[in-house]
Design a protein around this ligand. Structure first.
Ligand code: GLU
Length: 492
């Protein structure tokens, strides 16, 4: 490579960021970073009806959440500003006029009714719908006169004969017969330019050297390559990334997994896991590593290593990976990221989280082996926030406790022993050992003490080590729960 690549991500702000788009952005970004190149963001907001500022903001926010940064963009500016396509209209008009002047495009005066009818007929006779080139041969003077008289027209690209070949890093050499490329519309009757036209104008003006984008654009590429040539411009490199497929082998849809990046954020996926997992949809670090860091991605990514076939998206594996990241991250960061979910669940206020940060970290530590997502924490620690006298007892936990005759008496006698040992901070390890000794001295099997104790402290049959629970509850609440439990078991 002679010069560092200039690559771009060009989202349309007509919806939230799709995970396929997020993956495209990641690959572009990683490629730029690996090569000391430039990653730019261009907002393709030419669909004025459907584009909104809110979607644009959400897309940028989603990229930031993934840890992607850009060097030029609508928010940062840059040497080729503006980076919002709708603000580049003058330049698009200038290039459209040039192409018309040079004969690389032509005015088409066919009414939309005629085109619709033509297409219907073509479809009915089993042909691919295409413009029949009625206006392609109009003499320039006639075309000028009809336009001057106010007759509406679109501007079509004059596709030459022959075939169009381009190099694609993923697919190798790709060739389309030009006969299959329609004389496509560059500028609509309302004078607005179309995607295939402006994407080339902007990529060329922004000196983009490589276009990495979804496979769904592959059939647009011959149109764009022909346009580069008509404009006398160098054609950039291309890499068309395989579509992400659901486990059913079909295009990813809501049915086979969430498709909006935001859904994963809302569900409490660690962003690092999202980056890792999305990159695995089409690319791999090697033939066996599943978990890799963003640094490893950047050090190794090449579009040439992206696979051709559709990548299969496995939601269970995604969840597993989220759990791996959650477990191996620093407790401080996991706590920080769990906190908004704890607040949203109404367990703590923002101020309480701030005041009791260490306590919350301890609560996270007690559960993080058992969760995959930040959002799973609140339900797991909700028992800590319940009223001590009225803790919810799950049936399975009660059944376990009741397996042991005299559970209430056991707890009463244990509590008498425990009370002076319930101090803060609690020496959990010492208490665990001495509690077991206490059970042995009283000729009790361990479950005969621990199952009733688990019931009265947590209400659940399984869960964290209950010396962790005792420490989290603190001496008073711990004693209160055992006392209340003895009364309830006795009464039952
Ligand atoms: N705005 C287009 C899209 O979101 C960009 C496609 C391209 O990268 O050329 O699909």
């Amino acid at each position: 490579m002679t010069q560092p690549p200039r690559v771009r991500f060009a989202p349309s702000p007509t919806g939230s960021l799709h995970i396929g788009g997020a993956r495209t952005a990641l690959f572009n970004w990683a490629w730029a970073r690996r090569n000391g190149g430039t990653f730019l963001l261009r907002v393709e907001d030419t669909d004025r009806e459907r584009s909104t500022q809110a979607f644009e903001d959400a897309i940028l926010d989603g990229l930031k959440w993934l840890g992607i940064d850009w060097d030029e963009g609508p928010d940062l500016g840059g040497p080729f500003a503006p980076y919002r396509q709708s603000e580049r209209l003058e330049r698009h008009r200038e290039l459209a006029a040039k192409l018309l002047e040079e004969g690389a495009s032509y005015r088409c005066f066919c009414s939309s009714e005629r085109i619709t009818k033509l297409r219907d007929e073509q479809r009915a006779s089993g042909q691919n719908p295409a413009y029949d080139k009625t206006c392609r041969g109009l003499e320039r003077a006639v075309s000028e006169a009809r336009a001057a008289a106010g007759e509406p027209f679109v501007q079509r690209f004059r596709v030459p004969e022959g075939s169009t070949t381009f190099a694609d890093d993923v697919r190798g050499t790709v060739t389309f017969p030009n006969a299959d490329v329609d004389d496509w519309i560059m500028v609509r009757a309302d004078d607005t330019p179309t995607y295939n036209f402006v994407v080339v104008c902007d990529d060329a003006d922004m000196q983009v050297t490589h276009v990495l984008r979804g496979d769904d654009h592959l059939t647009n590429t011959p149109k764009q390559v022909l346009l580069y040539r008509a404009l006398g411009l160098e054609v950039p490199g291309f890499a068309h990334l395989p579509l992400m497929l659901g486990k059913d082998g079909k295009k990813l849809s809501k049915r086979t997994g969430d498709t909006a990046l935001q859904d994963y954020r809302d569900k409490g996926y660690p962003p690092e896991a999202v980056v890792n997992f999305l990159c695995l949809q089409g690319w791999a670090l090697d033939d066996h590593t599943e978990i890799f860091s963003t640094d490893e991605l950047v050090a190794n990514f090449s579009p040439k290593d992206v696979g051709k076939s559709g990548a299969s998206f496995d939601p269970e594996k995604f969840l597993w990976m989220a759990g791996e990241y959650l477990r191996n991250d620093s407790l401080e960061r996991v706590t920080h990221r769990c906190a908004p979910f704890v607040v949203a669940a109404g367990l703590m206020t923002v101020a309480e989280v701030e005041e009791r940060k260490d306590w919350l970290a301890e609560a996270v530590a007690s559960e993080r082996e058992r969760i995959h997502l930040y959002s799973e924490l609140p339900a797991r620690i909700a028992y800590l926030f319940e009223d001590d006298a009225e803790l919810t007892w799950q049936d399975a936990a009660l059944k376990n406790a009741n397996k042991h005759a005299g559970a209430a008496d056991t707890l009463a006698s244990y509590l008498a022993w425990l009370r002076p040992r319930l101090v803060a901070p609690l020496d959990k390890d010492a208490l665990r050992v001495s509690s077991r000794e206490w059970a042995a001295e009283h000729s009790l099997k361990i479950p005969a003490l621990f199952q009733p104790l688990r019931l009265v402290l947590t209400g659940a049959a399984g869960g964290p080590d209950f010396f962790d629970v005792m420490s989290l509850l603190g001496p008073e609440r711990c004693a209160a729960r055992i006392e209340a439990g003895i009364a309830r078991l006795g009464a039952g």
